[in-house]
Write a protein that binds this ligand. Structure first.
Ligand code: TEU
Length: 552
């Protein structure tokens, strides 16, 4: 099958189905709700959707725990609804990328149920089940997972344990078993044959585990990562999926590569290696924390962000493809994080962030609500939060007196639920998301920040996103041009150039809430100012001002 690489021209919109739109009045978003908003997506200008999981699931981790890979979670709709949605997207020129969660299943998956019920079950070897140490009294090793839990759970009162790098309800699959890999390939084919255009591959760098299962020097979280992140057979497995499945479809894959270095990531995306189309790297999301741990808050400094962006843009040039994002369902909202979400400059800041990442080399992703400048929820108590990760870490902090003051209230500010509050469609009681009380609280600012208002206001963040999307479309300089960093050491300005032959685009953004005089702006006189968030073209950049220039 000819690979057209359509994804290099895509602008991808992420939908978190639970929080997008409730079509059947149960307080939970669903597929009919998404169908009712397809024209909205088309008008925004995106041409692809990444849909977070809609498969059948007990929802311990909001669908990232799948109990049936071939059916839809009932409260979200039916397979027929799904097909209708897919068809509606394709009719509007929008492709669909599904979430593929195959590092683990749900503990409610029939494979797992059979595996733990019966030692002779053919599914026993689908999972990673090992004898514990000390006659089963201690787990097989001291690994811990991502959500503040130990990585092993004892099976009843037997001497055996199963591995789960996320919650107990998310047992890890045993990719060493060729049958598991065949199952995964069949799942991929099932959806691709239905017409789906690709996959966002959840925690894909965790699928291969070092089979020695050795203990490590103890640490609070993610102990053992050197044995399960970028494991020994990762590349072999991914290439196998490519060879047996992806190569036969004009599809794309984007791998979630938590904790990967740029060198490791490169190996996943070099086209001749035939593994993944692109990857999500997270290094830039660590520009406001210490040690890559989001709970260890550190004041955001744009120089750290620039350094990371320069690195990934430079290293992948010519040998891989970047994915570009500033928000997703696991990250808090960007305006109050890398800019401000305080009312006065909230809009300017959201627009500035949009323009800054949108013209880098790679494929941009927009997370639902980002295009109207939705902000963090400002949770006041753990009871307002639903997310299993936040609850686990909260409980861990209660137990560990040293950690408690370090994490403190910050736990609420970094909680994933900040990004998961219901999409704000209008200013009605439940923000037009639902007509009953939603599963998670609506942000208090729904009267000021909502889609209805954004469509009426010519100066809205939404209208700005329409502009940047349309400027990107078909623009070869943005797609293929070289990335050149400018003003590298500047304390508050992020600036770069994209260059293809004689054509140049320059982006200059002020990341601070104060003006800055930039003599270099004089040199921009022979450029055309194509996009900006202020009516102003002087040598001074206003707070959170952004300007995009071109010379052709
Ligand atoms: O996230 C993987 C992941 O590493 C996260 O646990 C991340 O470290 C954390 O969310 C940061 O707060 C993926 C999905 O995106 C996430 O929603 C799932 O919970 C997780 O995998 C398990 O499937």
């Amino acid at each position: 099958m000819k690979q057209t690489n359509w994804w290099k021209d895509a602008v991808i919109y992420q939908i978190y189905p639970r929080s997008f739109c409730d079509g059947n009045g149960d307080g939970l978003g669903d597929i009919p709700g998404i169908i009712s908003k397809l024209d909205y997506l088309k008008d925004l200008g995106v041409n692809c959707v990444w849909l977070s999981p809609v498969y059948d699931s007990p929802q311990d981790d909001n669908g990232y725990d799948i109990s049936n890979y071939r059916d839809i979670y009932k409260p979200f709709g039916t397979l027929d609804d799904f097909k209708k949605m897919l068809d509606g997207m394709h009719k509007r020129g929008i492709r669909l990328v599904m979430d593929l969660v195959v590092n683990h299943t749900s503990s409610e998956h029939p494979w797992f149920k059979s595996a733990i019920l019966d030692k002779n079950s053919p599914y026993r070897d689908y999972y990673i089940i090992k004898k514990g140490r000390k006659n089963g009294r201690k787990p097989p090793n001291n690994w811990s997972g991502f959500f503040g839990e130990k990585a092993w759970e004892r099976i009843g009162d037997s001497d055996e344990y199963y591995l789960h790098l996320f919650t107990k309800g998310q047992p890890d699959l045993n990719w060493e078993n060729p049958k598991v890999r065949e199952e995964v390939k069949n799942i991929l084919k099932y959806w691709l044959d239905m017409g789906v255009d690709g996959f966002r591959c959840d925690v894909i760098t965790l699928i291969s585990k070092d089979q020695r299962f050795k203990s490590v020097f103890p640490s609070i979280a993610i102990a053992g990562q050197k044995y399960y992140v970028n494991g020994p057979r990762l590349h072999e497995y991914l290439h196998e999926l490519y060879r047996d499945v992806y190569a036969n479809y004009d599809c794309m894959t984007v791998g979630e590569t938590v904790l990967s270095t740029v060198e490791q990531a490169k190996l996943l995306v070099e086209p001749q290696r035939e593994e993944l189309s692109m990857i999500f790297n997270f290094e830039h999301t660590d520009s406001d924390n210490y040690f890559g741990v989001k709970y260890f808050y550190r004041k955001f400094d744009v120089r750290r962000l620039k350094k990371t962006v320069d690195k990934w843009q430079g290293e992948l040039a010519g040998c891989g493809w970047n994915s570009l994002f500033i928000e997703n369902h696991d990250q808090r909202r960007s305006a109050g994080r890398f800019g401000t979400d305080e009312n006065e400059l909230r809009k300017e800041s959201a627009k500035m962030l949009g323009a800054t990442y949108f013209f880098l080399q790679g494929t941009p992703f927009i997370y639902q609500g980002q295009e109207i400048g939705m902000t963090n929820a400002h949770f006041q108590s753990i009871d307002e939060i639903q997310d299993v990760e936040a609850h686990n870490i909260y409980n861990l902090c209660q137990k560990m007196k040293i950690i408690k003051p370090i994490v403190g209230k910050h736990l609420f500010d970094v909680s994933r639920d900040n990004a998961r509050t219901p999409m704000q469609w209008d200013d009605s009681e439940y923000a037009g998301f639902s007509n009953v009380k939603p599963w998670l609280m609506v942000n208090k600012n729904k009267d000021e920040i909502n889609v209805k208002q954004s469509l009426e206001d010519n100066d809205s963040v939404y209208k700005f996103y329409q502009k940047i999307i349309s400027f990107r479309k078909g623009n070869e300089v943005i797609k293929d041009g070289e990335y050149i960093d400018l003003l590298r050491t500047h304390k508050q300005v992020f600036a770069y150039k994209r260059k293809l032959n004689d054509k140049e685009i320059v982006v200059i953004s002020n990341f601070a809430n104060k003006e800055v005089k930039l003599p270099v702006l004089k040199e921009m006189n022979n450029f055309e100012l194509v996009i900006s968030n202020y009516e102003n073209n002087s040598e001074v950049l206003k707070p959170y001002e952004t300007r995009v220039y071109k010379n052709y």
